[in-house]
Design a protein around this ligand. Structure first.
Ligand SMILES: O=C(O)c1ccccc1N[C@@H]1O[C@H](COP(=O)(O)O)[C@@H](O)[C@H]1O
Length: 200
C-alpha cells in the first residue's frame, strides 16, 4: 500500500517521513487546523523534497481560482479537495486533484467511482479528527482506487491490509502533539502499512 503522511509543518518531519518510505506528503492550507502551514514555508519544504515523493496540497472551502493560484506558487503535484465540490468546480481546476469523500454512510463510498479518491470519516468540523470509517463498508468490492483516511494509527493500520486499498492517509495518528510528528509512530506506521501487511 502507498502511504501519505499529512499535516507536515516542518522540514524535519518531512525528511523523516521520506527516509522511512512515505510515498506522499500533505500540506494543510486550512487556517483553523493546528497543522496549517503558510504557503511560503511549505514551498521551501517542497523544493527540498526528493523527486519520487508526491507533494499534496490540502484545501478546504476555497475557490478553484485560488487553488489554481496556490498550486502554481507551491509547485505541488496534487490538490486534495477536502470539501464537497461539484463537477463544475473540478472542471475549473488546472491541476491534478484528489477528491475527498467524507463518508457518513456506506453508499457515500461509491461517489467519484471512476476517480482515485480519499475516503475519510465525516465530521462536522474539517479533518485531522482521528475519527474512523467503518471498515465493513469496504467488504466485497473493488477498493483499488481508494485511499483510506480517518483515525488510522500504527496500532490499527494492520486491519486495513486485506481490503486492497490503493493507499492510506494519516495525520493525527502519527503525531506527538498537534502539528508535530512522532518519530517512532511515523516509522512504525509506514513500515506496517507498506511492508508489514504483506507478510501478515
Ligand atoms: O490534518 C488536518 O489538520 C486536516 C485539516 C482539514 C482537513 C483535513 C485534514 N486532514 C486530513 O484528514 C484526514 C484524516 O486525518 P486523521 O488521520 O484522522 O487525523 C486525512 O485525509 C488528512 O489528510
Amino acid at each position: 500500500m502507498r502511504v501519505k503522511i499529512c499535516g507536515i509543518t516542518n522540514y524535519e518531519d518531512a525528511k523523516l517521513a521520506c527516509d522511512y518510505g512515505a510515498d506522499a506528503l500533505g500540506f494543510v492550507f486550512y487556517k483553523p487546523s493546528p497543522r496549517f502551514i503558510e504557503a511560503g514555508v511549505a514551498k521551501k519544504i517542497i523544493e527540498k523534497l526528493p523527486p519520487f515523493v508526491t507533494k499534496v496540497a490540502l484545501f478546504v472551502n476555497m475557490s478553484a481560482e485560488s487553488i489554481n493560484g496556490a498550486m502554481e506558487f507551491l509547485k505541488a503535484d496534487i490538490a486534495q479537495i477536502h470539501f464537497d465540490a461539484d463537477e463544475d468546480f473540478f472542471s475549473k481546476l488546472n491541476c491534478k486533484y484528489l477528491p475527498v469523500v467524507r463518508a457518513k454512510e456506506k453508499s457515500d463510498i461509491d461517489k467519484f467511482e471512476e476517480n482515485y479518491k480519499i475516503v475519510d470519516a465525516y465530521v462536522p468540523e474539517y479533518g485531522g479528527s482521528g475519527k474512523r470509517v467503518a471498515l465493513e463498508w469496504f467488504e466485497n468490492r473493488d477498493n483499488s482506487k481508494i485511499i483510506l483516511a480517518g483515525g488510522l494509527t500504527p496500532e490499527n493500520v494492520f486491519e486495513v491490509g486485506r481490503y486492497g486499498f490503493y493507499g492510506v492517509d494519516v495525520s493525527s495518528g502519527v503525531e506527538e502533539r498537534p502539528g508535530k510528528k512522532d518519530k517512532r509512530k511515523l516509522r512504525k506506521f509506514i513500515e506496517l502499512a507498506k511492508y508489514g501487511l504483506r507478510c501478515g
